[in-house]
Design a protein. Structure first.
Length: 103
């Protein structure tokens, strides 16, 4: 019985995460708001060691795919990290408005 309780407690601690909001940025929100779009990208690292920042380019590319012939305006970006004991999930979340390109 004690072993089972210790096992459940250990699993609970390992699966528990702590979320930290690292940065937030916002561009000017346009008066004319077209279709709202959103994209995200994430990666995992061990003990907080990052080997690249490709998730930023991936999030931008995912946002651009949703607005191929328009202008993306009013962009809100968030960078957050969720920690799980020794592993960390970094995530970039971007939202904005796809407005028709003016000629």
């Amino acid at each position: 019985m004690l072993n089972r309780i210790l096992l459940l407690a250990t699993v609970g601690i390992i699966l528990t995460g702590c979320v930290q909001l690292n940065t937030v940025s916002l561009t000017s929100v346009p008066a004319q708001r077209g279709q709202q779009i959103a994209a995200s990208a994430s990666d995992w690292n061990f003990i907080g060691i990052n080997f690249n920042n490709d998730i930023v380019n991936e999030a931008v590319a995912n946002l651009k795919k949703q607005c191929p012939k328009g202008n993306i305006e009013g962009v809100l970006t968030k960078h957050q990290t969720t920690g799980y004991v020794l592993f960390f999930k970094r995530e970039i979340i971007a939202t904005g408005y796809c407005n028709k390109a003016s000629l």
